[in-house]
Design a protein around this ligand. Sequence first.
Ligand code: NAD
Length: 498
Amino acid sequence: METTRQWNTAEVNLDKKYGPQINGEMVEPVNGYINAVNASTGEVLAQIGRGGKEDIDKAVGAARAAFPAWAETPIEERSMLLNKIADALDENQERLKLIESMDTGRAIHEFDLDYKLAINQFRYFAGAILTHYEGESRPVDNGYLITKKEPLGVCAQIIPWNVPMIMASFKLAPALAAGNTLVLKPAEDACISVLEFGKIISEILPNGVVNMVPGIGDEAGQALIDHPDIDKLAFTGSVPVGRLVGKTAGERLLPVTLELGGKAPHIVFPDVDIDTAVENATLGYTFFNGESCILGTRLLVHDDIYDEFTEKLIERAKQIKIGPPTDRSTRLASLINEKQGEKVLNYFDIAREEGAKILYGGNRVTVPGHEHGYFIEPTIIEAEPNMRIAQEEIFGPAATITRWNNVEEVIKMANDVEYGLAAGIMTENMENAFVVANKLEAGSVWINSYFNFQTGAPFGGYKNSGVGREYSKQALNEYSQLKTIVAAYKRPPLGTFL
Ligand code: NAD
């Protein structure tokens, strides 16, 4: 197992072109290619297929053809194959981390967490599937009742660019474990690591079980959700596209899971040790370059400690090393692209116009040799809870900070937002922690340790943050349907009904 070797960028040896992967083969895309660029240097890393309707047709056809045999594959074998995928991902992780760091611009040290979660997904579902079928079958009067879980069929899966391997594993592992075949559309802004992973998977699974079609959202993505031979839609991304996917699912009566945006409150009680609370809060708003749906970007800090906490938060922000993504000592690196960078900087202007106060940061930073990249300072903004900067998803390394005085008020503030994906609480008092946690409208609540992901813990959103749960046994249900079979030993005697 290779977990310690460090690769350098010249060693990753990328393919020149990454076309759609259909039926176990990489094929030429019908609409040609688009460039995949290094987020911080602008260097062209490779070309990725610009998938279109015809590629999607072929991929869905391959998934449909592979479905009956995969659905009938014994669970012990499916489980073994998922473990093989986990092993292969483990063995290849250092190279894939480096590719992903260049492609997304995120600091390479963060990918240790991404790949730990991704590998765990395959191992978890390899185990979970073995208990998925423990059923509710039972003897009934004059016979026997069987409740069966069956796969749904061909799943359409669409993922975003921010954490490509986490997203791919969250989608692939439960769908495959439950016996589905699939077509995955990775994000056009960062997908090389996922397409490399696709090549690895094609050596392990039967042809057609996993198909990947890269491409642009309103081309390949739209063609995938519109395809008439799809049995399930699974989407992670923004709320507007999530609504579109949900609408399509509604019109066609397809099961759907949606993992959408977030704007998580992180509540700080006055009884905390301020230094460790500041560290946890800083991790909570800066990790993933701030480009994540789960970040604790709305800091709600009790009045009694607000001034000291804020001062220390600013001091901590000043120490964060901004640098090249592939340098292991970097803690904040480049945003994905100019569009995202400008969006974040524009939010800082909006904040100023609204009367919010930028206490620290707010600027783009130049990193020598990486001038193409949008490196943004960690940014702390004193804001009222109803301001746009405190309500909308920024997707950059920025947090608002707001004071509170009583618990009912802070719960209201925390919930007064369209999203409900995650939340954090810091206190020494577990009674306070649980009283507040119970009242927060969020799918995940982390007390005293942000991003405390535990394998098998359901993950998903309240309110506009989504529909359904991943990362847990619940995900197997999202990729299964129930059938009840009732068998009678004897037919009813003549004359029973007539
Ligand atoms: P996005 O919605 O623009 O794109 C996500 C994916 O959808 C991409 O693959 C894109 O190509 C595709 N897409 C775009 N238009 C489409 C269409 N018309 N039909 C089908 N597919 C289409 O989101 P993004 O900018 O890539 O990602 C950022 C968003 O994702 C943020 O809002 C973030 O919060 C959210 N996100 C949520 C989670 C979660 O688990 N809840 C995780 C990561 C990211």
